[in-house]
Design a protein around this ligand. Structure first.
Ligand SMILES: [Zn+2]
Length: 191
């Protein structure tokens, strides 16, 4: 999980608290899990932030109970070919997952960009949902140049294209987004 906002993890658990994916082992950064699942931190949070804590706890609960909720503290390997990319700021343990195969890379970057028309030109602009706005801006400033340079394919949930998969191109100022071409035609390649 990139982070524990319900628009990213809500699909894990049904309204009545059942696991949607009973065979899944769920991985989340320890600081992220500790933050959202802490009754003490939740108690001190502003009233309008309470639903975020409640939903994170409800979504995690059946996986914790089943021993299927796992945390990681650094960038230790979890599976071959996948690299954890700490991207703090949006939430305390916000993490990207970068998969590599045959010289190509794809990064699932969670909530790095919310408003692409503004933030690709001005990565210093942060969304109100970014808990630590300074860290979120610093993360964008560090991450975007590398992704453009390495031509990494990006899975970006809040982009305004379907499918939200594309690459960043460096422009004179900021970046442009080059979405992949979508097709519903599946071309079978001869063996
Ligand atoms: Zn989020």
């Amino acid at each position: 999980m990139t982070h524990l906002h319900s628009d990213h993890v809500g699909g894990l658990t049904t309204q009545d608290g059942q696991r949607v994916f009973p065979n899944a082992d769920v991985y989340v950064a320890k600081v992220e899990s500790d933050f959202w699942l802490s009754p003490e931190i939740a108690a001190k949070a502003p009233k309008d932030a309470q639903p975020f804590f409640q939903s994170a706890r409800a979504i995690a609960a059946p996986y914790i109970k089943a021993g299927k909720w796992h945390t990681f503290s650094g960038s230790e390997p979890i599976v071959d070919g996948m690299q954890l990319v700490p991207l703090p700021g949006h939430t305390p343990g916000h993490t990207g997952y970068e998969f590599s195969s045959k010289g190509q890379k794809i990064l699932f970057w969670g909530d790095i960009i919310h408003a692409q028309r503004v933030q690709l030109q001005h990565p210093e602009v942060t969304a109100i949902f970014d808990i630590d706005q300074t860290a979120a801006a610093a993360t964008r400033h560090r991450l975007l140049p590398r992704l453009a340079r390495e031509d990494v394919l990006i899975a970006a949930p809040h982009m305004s294209f379907f499918p939200p998969l594309g690459r960043l191109h460096k422009e004179k100022s900021g970046y442009s987004w080059a979405p992949v071409a979508f097709t519903d035609q599946w071309v079978e390649h001869a063996p």
